[in-house]
Design a protein around this ligand. Sequence first.
Ligand SMILES: [Zn+2]
Ligand SMILES: [Zn+2]
Length: 135
Amino acid sequence: MKIDGACYCGEIAFEADVNPDSAFICHCTDCQVTSGTAFRTIVPAAAETFRVVSGVPKTYVKTAESGNRRVLAFCATCGTHVWACDEGADPGRISIRAGTVRQRERFAPRRQIWCRSAQPWLADVGSLPGVEGQP
Ligand SMILES: [Zn+2]
Ligand SMILES: [Zn+2]
């Protein structure tokens, strides 16, 4: 499925061809901190299908617990995290941040990883009282 997306301010834009059933949630503590929230939802894309349409992201290289070095790409203007990939000539799989995908409602996550660091209150979110907009 062809997708496209952009950061909040629109400076960094991309397109890719992805499997709509491949989205997943990562509960790792790195994702919690770097996303600024409880977990991250990721849409993986093969590097050969991923294309930056506009902008040059700012990058930060993080070393995972596994020793894996991942390049985090984000917009230097609005701060949106847009994707992550491996360091070096072969970017490997591109981990697109699901919230930046225009078609994001099509990407219900199919699995979760790093559940051992998942926030303990997540299971209760569905039963919290809610309103349609800002109260
Ligand atoms: Zn931006
Ligand atoms: Zn993670």
